[in-house]
Design a protein around this ligand. Sequence first.
Ligand SMILES: C[S@@+](CC[C@H](N)C(=O)[O-])C[C@H]1O[C@@H](n2cnc3c(N)ncnc32)[C@H](O)[C@@H]1O
Length: 302
Amino acid sequence: MAVSWVSLRYNYSQIVPRAAKESFSLVLPFSLPRLTKLTAPYHISTLCCSEKVDTKEPRSPDLVALEYADLNLTDKISGELGHVRIRQHVNPLSSLFSKPVPVPDWDQVFRDPTLPLMVDIGSGSGRFLLWLAKRNHASGNYLGLEIRQKLAKRAEFWVKELGLGNIHFLFANAAVSFKELVSKYPGPLMLVSILCPDPHFKKRHHKRRVLQKPLVDSIVNSLMPGGKVFIQSDVLEVALDMRNQFDAELDVIQHIDAIEPGVLCDNDGWLLHNPMGIRTEREIHAEFEGATIYRRLYQKRT
Ligand SMILES: C[S@@+](CC[C@H](N)C(=O)[O-])C[C@H]1O[C@@H](n2cnc3c(N)ncnc32)[C@H](O)[C@@H]1O
């Protein structure tokens, strides 16, 4: 039986061909970090002994497909969403993005708008948030804010396709819309994530980075007591920039290792593991290239 890459479910230490789930499963003899750091030609056939499999070398988009295989999302979307061309960056300071988006009628977008809310700032394709929303469909609502309209629209298309009533994507500049959106949400704000934000490397472009002091203030003030902020980047300079801004708020929030001794950090205070149970797309691509992901998880004091 031939098994294609996209039909494989890849989850940290296991690779299980979905088509053959009933008959057998494969457990890799190594964990995710080693897999993703492999740069030499790497053939799936080396993982399997008795089954005939595709010997194509994996690329990082294949790993994204594997990681999100359970969502079973339609790749080919017709009509105006047919071609989602990803421009490298947009300029969030452009007048095009200067107005806050209207606050939606939360009753229309969420089945139960009183559930605790997670907001993902710069949600990209939305797959990460869709995965979480599907997994936690009874216990939380999920809001993705994305400044590239086509990505937000395609993510909403997927929401409908999956029939989920606890997730919504908005085409919005988080820097100008976050505060009002969350202040008008009827339930508590339990978690905010900013994951691999656009780095805007040039010093004169740093002001385009999504995390600036007003957004930090809005996040910290809006979180419920015990609510969390999760940040990560594969660019150390960007991770440090975000970390310094949240570390400046340590009278209101604490890093998680101060509260939960079981959470492990390296000597520099970066989390050793992704606490979300799923990687974002950028994270998958970066780890595939051998990059380190720098992560911090804060909790608001009660
Ligand atoms: C490098 S991508 C990372 C996407 C996703 N978080 C991930 O880790 O795969 C950064 C995303 O943030 C979006 N973005 C940048 N500035 C934003 C802003 N001010 N408001 C909302 N989204 C923004 C970009 O369009 C892009 O999709």
